[in-house]
Design a protein around this ligand. Structure first.
Ligand SMILES: Nc1ncnc2c1ncn2[C@@H]1O[C@H](COP(=O)(O)OP(=O)(O)OP(=O)(O)O)[C@@H](O)[C@H]1O
Length: 296
């Protein structure tokens, strides 16, 4: 069953379409990474799915309802970002009690255990927490809510490496025990790729790619060798990236199924894997070129 379905979803903000004809579905009980460069439209999409913003045109449905102003969607989904503002009159422990009052699936035991593990004090006030601590508290709210649809927008902002690892592990453990739908936007694909089942890559408000994480890991290969040989070999293949140094070149090409690795090796071409996060960078760099172009 699909939890989310978008068809030609478009959002106009000011004079720009910040989402443009975006069509995709998201099945339930899955963890999807929403990946894209700065300004790609990730937050805009998540806010529309959470019912906070209204779409300009196209169709968007969450739990088969239009999310804007939907009680069903707000009761069964949660959107966590680093801009979350909680009432300053309430302490952290009171905020957790409010969470329990609002969310039907809220698990107070999990909230309290995480609260203690991350060394929060019940009487602290949210807006006095450090950046990383705010994100950590928000993450506790997101996990303890056990919402059918949980959306994290750059959840690890400000967290140190140890807390980020704890967060990913906590999310995975809780997901395995209580499967639900997670949509996580992140700039750290390399850190979260083992957590993800699927990715949705967007750029300039448009869908670039949606596929299982395992397929993304196999999506492209790097070919390095004498420029004329590599160039010849890459002909008729979709090239994502090229770098020429003296007489040698590296070409990153899309594999598209069977790839004749042995033939390439025989010609002296070194074939290497390309990380998922590099593939995403190359796919979204196509229009802009690389930083080296600035210095040409
Ligand atoms: N309230 C707004 N009014 C006008 N334009 C907006 C508004 N909010 C966002 N935008 C524009 O929409 C585009 C997408 O922004 P969005 O915040 O969704 O991107 P993002 O992928 O989340 O970026 P980042 O990774 O930097 O957080 C940007 O060009 C941004 O300037």
């Amino acid at each position: 069953m699909n939890v989310i379905a978008c068809e030609n979803l478009t959002k106009r903000q000011g004079k720009e379409n910040t989402l443009h004809d975006l069509s995709f579905t998201l099945k339930d009980k899955s963890i999807t990474g929403l990946i894209g460069r700065n300004g790609a439209g990730k937050t805009t999409l998540l806010k529309i799915l959470a019912g906070l913003w209204r779409e300009t045109s196209g169709e968007v449905s969450v739990f088969s309802e239009k999310p804007f102003n939907s009680m069903l969607v707000s009761a069964n989904s949660i959107y966590i970002d680093d801009q979350m503002a909680f009432p300053t009159a309430l302490t952290l422990s009171e905020l957790l009690k409010e969470g329990e009052r609002f969310y039907g699936n809220w698990n107070m035991k999990l909230a309290e255990r995480l609260f203690e593990y991350f060394s929060f004090h019940p009487n602290q006030i949210h807006n006095t927490l450090s950046k990383g601590k705010k994100s950590t508290f928000n993450m506790i709210v997101g996990l303890a809510s056990r919402c059918e649809l949980t959306m994290f927008d750059e959840p690890t902002t400000g967290m140190d490496a140890a807390v980020r690892n704890d967060f990913y592990r906590a999310l995975l453990k809780d997901y395995l025990a209580h499967p639900r739908t997670f949509l996580i936007s992140s700039h750290h694909l390399d850190e979260i790729e083992d957590l993800l089942e699927d990715i949705l890559l967007i750029e300039d408000g448009e869908k670039v790619l949606q596929l299982p994480m395992d397929d993304l890991k196999e999506y492209a290969v790097g070919l390095t060798g004498r420029t004329e040989i590599v160039r010849q070999w890459a002909m008729n293949k979709e090239v994502l990236y090229t770098q020429e140094i003296d007489l040698n070149s590296t070409y990153v090409v899309i594999k598209n199924g069977y790839f004749e690795v042995e033939n390439a090796k025989r010609l002296g071409i070194n074939v290497s894997p390309v990380s998922s996060s590099d593939v995403c960078v190359y796919l979204t760099n196509k229009k802009k070129g690389g930083i080296d172009d600035v210095f040409k």
